[in-house]
Design a binder for this molecule. Sequence first.
Ligand code: IMP
Length: 188
Amino acid sequence: MAITLEQVAKTSIDTLIDEAALQARVRELGEQLSRDYGGQDLLLVCILRGGVMFLTDLMRQLSIPHNIDFMAVASYEEGVRQSDGMVRITMDLLTDIQGRNVLLVEDIVDTGHTLSRVLDLLGTRLPASLRVCCLLDKHERREAKVPIDYIGFQIPDKFVFGYGLDMDQYWRNLPYIGVARSDPASGP
Ligand code: IMP
């Protein structure tokens, strides 16, 4: 069942990664990507909706020319916090990626099913290169083997939200990564 507005208002949030740490790491990633893709074509592909805040901050840390595009996938049903391995593409790219250097910008890799599905799909479109930059890596929960080229932070097996990530569609606006204090998955 979806969370109610009253429950949202009562959520006590602990900070897992604060704003300064996030911004510092995004700056480092931007510098690294600017070096790695210097002099090359680069297309950032953001997976909506969770990756949007990461994308917009990352873009501002890139000193090289680049394009952006968006796609959307649905992996979890509303109110459910477990991936069932079923991933649907709900909005496709507008850009033809054949021959382009594509960098997928993801908010979080959890089981890896979403990323695996997206990589399979985009791979069939013959990009010159296809790499992944994810902000958060919940590696303990991995079920699908997926290559990740750039990782912001490794995080423990906790349900997190903020900085674009949602808890039942709320809290995307937080400038930090939080974890609900009352969430049994967040531990003592
Ligand atoms: P995966 O397919 O299990 O790797 O899940 C990937 C997607 O699930 C992410 O892009 C998020 O949208 C969502 N997700 C996974 N873990 C979390 C979390 O802790 N908080 C919020 N969303 C999550």
